[in-house]
Design a protein around this ligand. Structure first.
Ligand SMILES: Nc1ncnc2c1ncn2[C@@H]1O[C@H](COP(=O)(O)OP(=O)(O)OP(=O)(O)O)[C@@H](O)[C@H]1O
Length: 265
């Protein structure tokens, strides 16, 4: 069942010289329930803008963006986000950070804390429930952010380079953690990343964007079984072959974007 659909979606922002600036053009792709789609493309091509269209943070200038078959107008129900900078509140303990969403959605304090504790345990932070963010490592904070997002049981998960600030080891741990927690939720995921290895390790399909203004260049199926163990899967011949195939497509766009940057400045 298609949950997210973009059809020829274009986004133009007011440009500095009076000319509109096209951030993304004619984007067309779909994401089904329970499907994990990664979006890769050169720096600045319009990946975050794509997420803003789906989340309703920015309206499309033309074309269609639909969630559950209805045009997106404002933020649709059941959308969870995770960004590079997490939304962990420094003045709240781990449990209260995770309970904030359920509280906001009308649960009593006790109910919200009970529900939050389930997710705090699931992300492996049970013993740290009373800790404050400054007492946690970067990886632990990411776990809080993951619990904060998943406690709301989103049907759509929009992730914008959520792990890119982490060291390689912690990053792989978090990727495994994400897959473990996402599996079986039925959530449709769009995961934006610069890192093709990360995209392949996580996704069912990889959308390659062109350099700016971004459009879909190609969409690749990832022929890797689930459940996956991220460190293990990277060594397999299927992974390497998939990497080579997608990189072939992405490489030209990255080169084009670099030329563009050196031309501009
Ligand atoms: N609110 C806005 N107003 C004006 N221009 C914007 C706005 N948001 C994005 N843009 C422009 O749209 C283009 C695409 O930006 P976007 O952040 O979507 O790219 P990205 O691929 O996510 O970048 P990165 O890889 O660096 O994270 C850029 O040229 C950016 O300057």
């Amino acid at each position: 069942m298609t949950v997210i659909a973009l059809r020829n979606a274009t986004k133009r922002f007011p440009g500095t010289g009076g000319q509109p600036h096209t951030a993304v053009r004619d984007l067309t792709f779909e994401v089904a329930a329970g499907e994990f789609v990664a979006v890769v493309g050169p720096t600045g091509c319009g990946k975050s803008t794509t997420l803003s269209l789906v989340s309703g943070l920015e309206p499309a200038s033309s074309g269609e963006v639909e969630v559950d078959g209805a045009p997106v107008r404002g933020i649709p129900d059941g959308v969870g986000y995770m960004f590079q900078a997490d939304a962990v509140m420094p003045w709240r303990s781990v449990i209260d950070n995770v309970a904030a969403g359920p509280r906001y959605r009308g649960l009593s304090k006790a109910e919200a804390r009970t529900r939050a504790m389930v997710w705090v345990e699931r992300v492996g932070l049970g013993p740290f429930a009373g800790y404050y963010p400054h007492q946690l490592s970067g990886g632990m904070r990411k776990r809080v952010a993951l619990a904060q997002t998943l406690v709301n049981e989103p049907r759509i998960l929009l992730m914008d380079e959520p792990f890119s600030a982490l060291d390689v080891q912690t990053r792989q741990l978090m990727q495994d953690e994400l897959l473990r927690l996402w599996q079986g939720t039925g959530a449709a995921v769009i995961f934006v990343t610069h890192d093709l290895e990360e995209a392949i390790a996580l996704a069912d399909r990889v959308v390659v964007m062109t350099s700016s203004p971004a459009t879909v260049k190609a969409i690749f199926d990832v022929p890797l079984q689930r459940p996956r163990q991220v460190e293990e899967i990277r060594m397999t011949p299927e992974f390497v072959a998939t990497y080579r195939e997608i990189w072939e497509s992405l490489r030209d766009e990255v080169a084009r974007a670099r030329q563009e940057v050196s031309r501009v400045g």
